[in-house]
Design a protein around this ligand. Structure first.
Ligand code: ADP
Ligand code: GLC
Length: 478
């Protein structure tokens, strides 16, 4: 089976969040099962630099009328998976992130940047002669690849089947109706049963309407998004397509996230031999300027700062956890108000609260390994990966019972013999505080805490399990 996996980010080429972790690992896991999987990503400068074994470019002409475009075949640095990068300087050769400029403003030509991603995916999918390879399945991810199914439907000849995966319904790729002709859509597509969404063009809706199968990244989120509260206005479309929609839980890449071998960590440990975790905690406290106290319960956060993640709630409980001697270390970036609030919190409680405002992949590893507790109080969470990494690093997650958080963490109070973390229902500071207190109570009972850590570390959320589920799905299409 030949698979083209289309994503706007893929670790380690370019990453802003969990989508990159998925695109870096899932196609490689599928390749291990025998699928001929290949990845397509935009050729941002960082991605072009990081790609391994680049080969001569293939000329694509000017497929979107914005400038010369080439396809660069290369390999993923870690997995060796074949990857194609779209080299279109007019759209991608600029400083800043994949979606926003250096000031945090969306690129004004995002409709073109990601229409190009879908357009090139389509050229690869139907123009086998160009590259000597043709996919049976095109797997498109999130709104950035949402036009793939519609472009493929416009093709009159035989086309590959399409799978569209929702990673986050909050980001829908909404653009002014005037972009319709420029991105190669017809007036007939701009309709309620097409890409039209409250007078705008929605790339997410395009994916939902036209793909052969839909998936999202956890079973619970698959149910939630069919309700008004979680569906971001698209719950009706999702309900109509309910029989084509499945939730397949993401995995963790345990080659990158293994506390016994992780080269980033100052100490190593495993479920059998926990010793090195104390060294990670001590080193983290030192690095972040926290009091070097092995007994202080150390609570961590590694996250984008956005409404979704509920990090305002963590700010609200900082004072209340002081009597327990708790410490807090936060690594995150995003919403400027939250960035300021966390920077301020470190000034109010030096030695007890530390924050790194920014993005630092290696620090994320050290925080996930060095903390005792990871807080993920998300208002919604399609899957969430940090809690899965935390489990493997013996850091017990305190999470809201929503989306993938509900599917990956078992509450210790409810199931003392099976539990791996702590869950709460309502996204309020009171509930978060009560749940952190439950965690800190257990932390004082050293034997029970260690037993829980070991259970958490023994959980297996490897990608091979998810890959089998995707394979089954692809099989229904070929
Ligand atoms: P989302 O994709 O919604 O941001 P996930 O939990 O699925 O949430 O994935 C987030 C990924 O990004 C994880 O790999 C996490 O470690 C990483 N991450 C988030 N914020 C930061 C940061 N400030 N620095 C380093 N890594 C981060
Ligand atoms: C999105 C979601 C996150 C999920 C990730 C990867 O960014 O917010 O919950 O883990 O995609 O699927």
């Amino acid at each position: 089976m030949n698979l083209l996996f289309v994503s706007s980010e893929a670790y380690p080429l370019i990453k802003t969040g969990g989508l990159a972790d998925v695109a870096g690992a899932l196609p490689a896991a599928l390749a291990r099962t025998g699928v001929d999987a290949r990845l397509l990503v935009p050729g941002y400068p960082a991605a072009l630099d990081a790609a391994a074994k680049r080969r001569p470019a293939i000329d694509l002409g000017d497929p979107m009328g914005v400038g010369e475009t080439r396809l660069i075949p290369a390999k993923m640095p870690d997995s060796g998976l074949p990857v194609w990068l779209i080299d279109c300087p007019a759209l991608y050769d600029r400083p800043g992130g994949p979606y926003m400029d250096t000031n945090g403003r969306d690129w004004p030509d995002n409709h073109m940047r990601f229409a190009m991603l879908s357009r090139v995916a389509t050229i690869l999918a139907i123009g086998g002669a160009l590259i000597g390879w043709r996919p049976d399945i095109v797997h498109a991810n999130d709104w950035q690849a949402g036009l793939v199914p519609i472009y493929l439907n416009q093709w009159m000849g035989q086309r590959p089947s399409t799978v569209f995966t929702i990673h986050n319904l909050q980001f829908q790729g909404l653009f002014d109706a005037s972009v319709v002709p420029a991105v190669g859509l017809g007036a007939e597509n701009f309709a309620v049963d097409g890409v039209e969404y409250h007078g705008m063009v929605s790339y997410m809706k395009a994916g939902l309407q036209y793909a052969d199968r839909l998936t999202t990244v956890s079973p619970t989120y698959a149910r939630e998004i069919q309700t008004e509260a979680f569906g971001g206005g698209l719950h009706g479309v999702l309900r109509e397509r309910a029989t084509d929609l499945t939730g397949i839980l993401n995995g963790a890449d345990y080659d990158l996230w293994n506390p016994a071998t992780d080269p980033i960590l100052p100490g190593h440990f495993s479920a059998r031999k926990l010793d090195g975790k104390a060294a990670c905690k001590a080193a983290l406290q030192k690095e972040m300027g926290l009091e070097e106290d092995p007994r202080a319960p150390l609570i961590g956060v590694v996250s984008r700062f956005s409404e979704q993640k509920g990090l305002d709630l963590v700010l609200d409980v900082i004072e209340a956890v002081q009597p327990e001697g708790a410490q807090l270390v936060v690594v995150g970036t995003g919403d400027p108000a939250l960035e300021q609030a966390y920077a301020q919190a470190t000034k109010v409680r030096p030695g007890r609260v530390a924050a790194y405002i920014g993005y630092d992949e290696e620090l994320a590893h050290r925080v996930l390994a060095g903390c005792d507790i990871l807080a993920v109080p998300s208002r919604f969470e399609p899957c969430g990966l940090t809690q899965i990494y935390a489990l493997r690093y013996g850091t017990l997650p305190v999470v809201r019972r929503t989306g993938g958080l509900a599917d990956t963490v078992v509450d210790i109070s409810e199931e003392p013999k099976r539990g791996t973390g702590f869950l709460f229902e309502q996204p309020t500071a009171e509930m978060l505080l009560a749940t952190l207190r439950r965690a800190m109570d257990l932390y004082l009972r050293e034997k029970d805490w260690q037993a829980a850590i070991r259970r958490a570390m023994n959980q297996d959320f490897g990608w091979d399990r998810a890959a089998v589920r995707y394979l089954d799905l692809y099989d229904t299409l070929t």
